[in-house]
Design a protein around this ligand. Structure first.
Ligand code: ATP
Ligand code: MG
Length: 565
């Protein structure tokens, strides 16, 4: 064998890669499930190898700016070096092992990518969290997950310290900071002295990789545990059609690093295709900065929550014809058709919507080349068999409202979460016949497009009509007075339930006569959508209750209406 290899003048590793090159032309189909997969060795190291062989263009793999003149550009080779060092630090200095839990609470700094890939190399399960978490949120997460390690930023050291004594499992605390902190290991000092040689674990497809805490929109966040299948799924031909990324693409995903969307959009999706991850530190969502960045850097694709597009659109005067931007994607909340239209008019670009959960990654989408139906969340993406089901798991016919379900029997598809960590009750609660029940209500049309109506209990049942909040919110936002609104059900002694809108007004309308404005808004809704949807009750508020992700907590408003706190 050695002689044969010499004949090829390639090292065994090179030969292996040549023969089994996985990324350039995927050798797996949508229903394949290889025994072993590891995102670090199968994807990142593959691209590092391609760079070494001169087979990848000049763009960096990672391009980070902070708006204050600092800039980092790393190749895949550099990333391989740094993430191998990180893996060595975790195993050798911190004594962490495959299967241990690590809480990762960093802002959009380059170290976030080093930690995630370092974890994947070693089999340590990373659990991203947003830096907006406070001491009690961190305590909840560390206790629930029995995390052995945390990597965080200087500003959160006091929050962690205030609860650390209540977390007996937490042995390792690493900080990314310019100065030292007592009781904390300094990330960069350790990385600098660590070896860049590391042997990646051979992970099984079913080995856990990450735990994502749900947003907690309806209660306490749940811990959705995912295996390597989450990363493998991006490889599948059907999933590649989502963004159709090429190595020359530069993708800017603005999701907070704490959410599954960041793991997908800032890490897995772009690097699977060997393209550039662009990141702006973005301490706050300043629409002016977003517009500037889209003009200044050669970004070809962006991915952000609907609220980000909304904020940019509210910059009424700016020119929004971005020079290199080709494709926009959104998800996490409903994109209102009105916002889609405005974006299209002002930028010349369509926004493609995806729908998913921490439990599912991306379940459905309007793929890059698919016809867009405004207001729909696109079609199911393989290997998910997505159906509209009733409470017992029976499949409902097209155009009939029910729950969005994903088939789990006879086989649980790759990319769907494994379970809620430490909570078999919650896990079995969402199993419904042969399906996982997402808890979201929708219909599906004859062409397979999914029409999201709302979370199970956000749907309003008024006089026998079923009304999704987004339908009314969309009608309201078309009126110039409305900056934002949340529509919920409210009790009514004659009608049972009625539609109520909580509205944040645009500043110019604050001084208007409120009674008059309510009438005008009601009239407006009746004129642009089916009249039964109009809000019989309207309340003006200065802001809406939101989760740290920025999602509207309709449940909180509804509970107040029904007198529960
Ligand atoms: P929790 O499960 O703790 O209540 P959460 O469901 O908000 O929180 P996530 O997993 O972050 O936590 O969010 C998934 C939910 O977001 C979906 O179940 C759905 O209700 C909503 N969602 C996601 N994408 C879309 C979309 N394109 N349109 C409308 N809603 C969406
Ligand atoms: Mg949820």
């Amino acid at each position: 064998i050695c002689k044969v290899l010499q004949g090829f003048s390639l090292s065994p590793t090179q030969l292996h890669r040549r023969l089994f090159s996985r990324v350039g032309a995927p050798r797996w189909n949508d229903h394949d499930s290889p025994e072993e997969f590891n995102f670090a060795s199968d994807v990142l190291d593959y691209w590092a190898q391609m760079e070494e062989e001169g087979k990848r263009g000049p763009n960096p793999a990672f391009w980070w700016v902070n708006g204050q003149g600092d800039e980092i550009k790393w190749s895949f080779r550099k990333l391989r070096d740094l993430t191998c060092r990180t893996a060595n630090v975790f195993q050798q200095i911190c004594g962490l092992q495959q299967g241990d839990h690590l809480a990762l609470i960093l802002p959009r700094v380059p170290e976030w990518w080093l930690v995630t890939v370092g974890c994947i190399r070693t089999g340590i399960i990373f659990m991203p969290g947003t830096t907006q978490l406070k001491a009690k949120d961190i305590l909840y997460r560390i206790q629930m997950s029995r995390a052995k390690a945390i990597v965080t930023t200087a500003s959160l050291v006091p929050e962690v310290e205030s609860v650390a004594s209540e977390c007996p499992d937490l042995k390792t605390k690493l900080v990314v900071s310019d100065h030292s902190h007592e009781g904390w290991l300094d990330f960069w000092s350790l990385i600098k002295s660590a070896s860049p040689d590391h042997t990646c674990i051979k992970s099984k497809m079913k080995d856990p990789m990450a735990i994502f805490f749900t947003s907690g929109t309806t209660g306490y966040p749940k811990m959705a545990k995912h295996n390597q299948g989450l990363a493998f799924r991006s490889y599948m031909p059907s999933c590649r059609k989502l963004l159709k990324l090429k190595t020359s693409d530069i993708l800017w995903c603005m999701s907070d690093p704490g959410w599954i969307l960041a793991t997908l959009g800032c890490l897995i999706e772009p690097w699977t295709s060997g393209c550039t991850v662009f990141i702006h530190h973005l301490l706050q969502f300043d629409p002016k900065v977003i517009v500037e960045v889209l003009f200044k850097y050669p970004i070809t694709q962006c991915l952000a929550a609907p609220g980000v597009y909304r904020m940019v659109l509210q910059q009424k005067t700016s020119n929004l014809r971005f020079p290199t931007l080709e494709h926009c994607t959104t998800g996490g909340e409903s994109l209102l058709p009105e916002e889609y239209e405005q974006w299209k008019q002002r930028t010349g670009l369509s926004i493609h919507e995806v729908y998913g959960q921490s439990e599912t990654g991306i379940s459905s989408a309007t793929l890059r080349e698919m016809k867009i139906k405004r207001g729909s969340v696109g079609k199911a993406i393989l290997p998910f068999d997505l159906q509209i089901i009733d409470e017992k798991g029976n499949i409902l016919p097209p155009n009939t409202e029910g729950y969005i379900g994903i088939r789990i029997k006879p086989t649980r598809p790759l990319g769907l979460f494994m379970e809620y960590e430490n909570s078999p009750e919650n896990t079995s609660e969402v199993e419904c016949g042969d399906f996982y029940n997402s808890g979201d209500r929708a219909t599906i049309d004859e062409e397979g497009y999914i029409w999201f109506l709302g979370r199970g209990d956000d749907v309003i049942n008024a006089s026998g009509y079923r009304i999704g909040p987004a339908e009314v919110e969309n009608a309201l936002v078309e009126h110039p007075a409305v900056a934002e609104s949340a529509v919920v059900s409210s009790p009514d002694k004659d009608r049972g339930e009625v539609v109520k809108a909580f509205i944040v007004l645009n500043p110019e309308f604050l001084s208007h006569d409120q009674e008059q404005l309510i009438k005008e808004l009601q009239h407006h809704v009746k004129s642009v959508t089916a009249p039964y949807k109009y809000p019989r009750k309207v309340e003006f508020v200065s802001e809406l209750p939101k989760t740290v992700t920025g999602k509207i907590k309709r449940k909180e408003l509804r509970n107040k209406e029904f007198g529960q706190l």
